[in-house]
Design a protein around this ligand. Structure first.
Ligand SMILES: Nc1ncnc2c1ncn2[C@@H]1O[C@H](COP(=O)(O)OP(=O)(O)OP(=O)(O)O)[C@@H](O)[C@H]1O
Ligand SMILES: [Mg+2]
Length: 263
């Protein structure tokens, strides 16, 4: 990792219009810097604006105030420099695994032979050799999420945006996917921003965990995770790991108490 700034969100406010002409502020005056090659996890209570922020970085979500700079340039819309995995699995049911993965390459006009080669490489990277002609319904939830990852990786984005990518998986598959994701990250030198509500997952994966406060979302804590890499799963049982979890919990619990008092 180096110290180059990959992403810089400066005083970002994002609102949604309501039917009565009013608006709801989802993200308020939020600032965040992410270094090139860094793995950042964002945690925070439901509805605090995590997906909204990720949508703005992806370029789908307009910003009311402030700006988000990617490689020093303001984000104006979606682009191939960012790979996105949404909260819900979003594969095309009528396309095979391979055809799902290479969809972005098709749009980009990459020729058929190259697309296939790249698709096969990615299938291998996410551990799905032999599944190229399966349809999504023939895959388990964990496999579908791996296809989603491979599809986002296909366009070789320098920034990966992952919104609860393993939220729908059982605990065991989820741990397996965490290990896989770290392996892929180590092999691709990308910058990753991952949203999760699982604090253990955040500590295990991240170089830095960012905690967002309840709506309107802003950052209330940033913790550097100084656990050595590669990280075996057993690290989750170490006292150092659990101390990080407890520290982050404190900020989220405190935030929920304030919420209860306010209501
Ligand atoms: N399309 C929309 N119209 C109006 N309000 C919205 C819209 N989308 C989100 N919001 C509001 O903005 C706030 C932030 O929503 P967002 O989906 O970003 O939260 P989140 O942190 O991702 O939550 P979760 O952990 O449940 O996924 C919420 O209060 C939500 O009700
Ligand atoms: Mg969300």
């Amino acid at each position: 990792m180096n110290d180059l700034t990959k992403l810089h969100a400066r005083n970002v406010t994002i609102t949604y219009p309501l039917k009565d002409g009013k608006e709801v502020t989802a993200v308020s005056d939020l600032s965040l810097k992410v270094r090139e090659g860094e793995f950042v996890c964002i945690v925070g209570p439901s509805g605090c604006g995590k997906s909204t922020l990720l949508g703005a970085i992806a370029g789908f979500q307009p910003i009311k105030h402030g700006e988000i700079l990617l490689n020093g340039r303001a984000i104006k819309g979606p682009g191939r420099d960012r790979g996105v995995v949404f909260q819900q699995a979003s594969l095309f049911p009528w396309r095979t695994t391979l055809d799902n993965i290479i969809y972005g390459l098709e749009l980009a006009g990459v020729d058929k032979k190259k697309r296939r080669e790249r698709g096969e490489e990615l299938l291998h990277l996410v551990g799905l050799d032999g599944f190229s002609s399966h349809y999504p319904y023939q895959l388990s939830g964990g496999m579908q999420q791996r296809v989603n990852l491979a599809r986002a990786l296909a366009i070789e984005p320098s920034l990966m945006l992952l919104d609860e990518p393993f939220g729908a998986l059982d605990a065991q598959t989820r741990e397996y996917m965490q290990v896989e994701l770290l392996r892929i990250w180590a092999a691709t030198s990308q910058t990753v921003i991952l949203v999760t509500h699982d604090i253990g997952e955040a500590v295990y994966l991240a170089d830095r965990v960012v905690v967002m406060s309840a709506r309107p979302g802003r950052i209330c804590e940033t913790t550097e995770i100084r656990l050595p890499r590669p990280r075996p799963l057993e690290i989750k049982r170490s006292s150092e790991f659990q101390a990080y979890e407890a520290h982050i919990w404190m900020f989220i619990a405190h935030d929920s108490e304030e919420l209860r008092e306010a209501n």
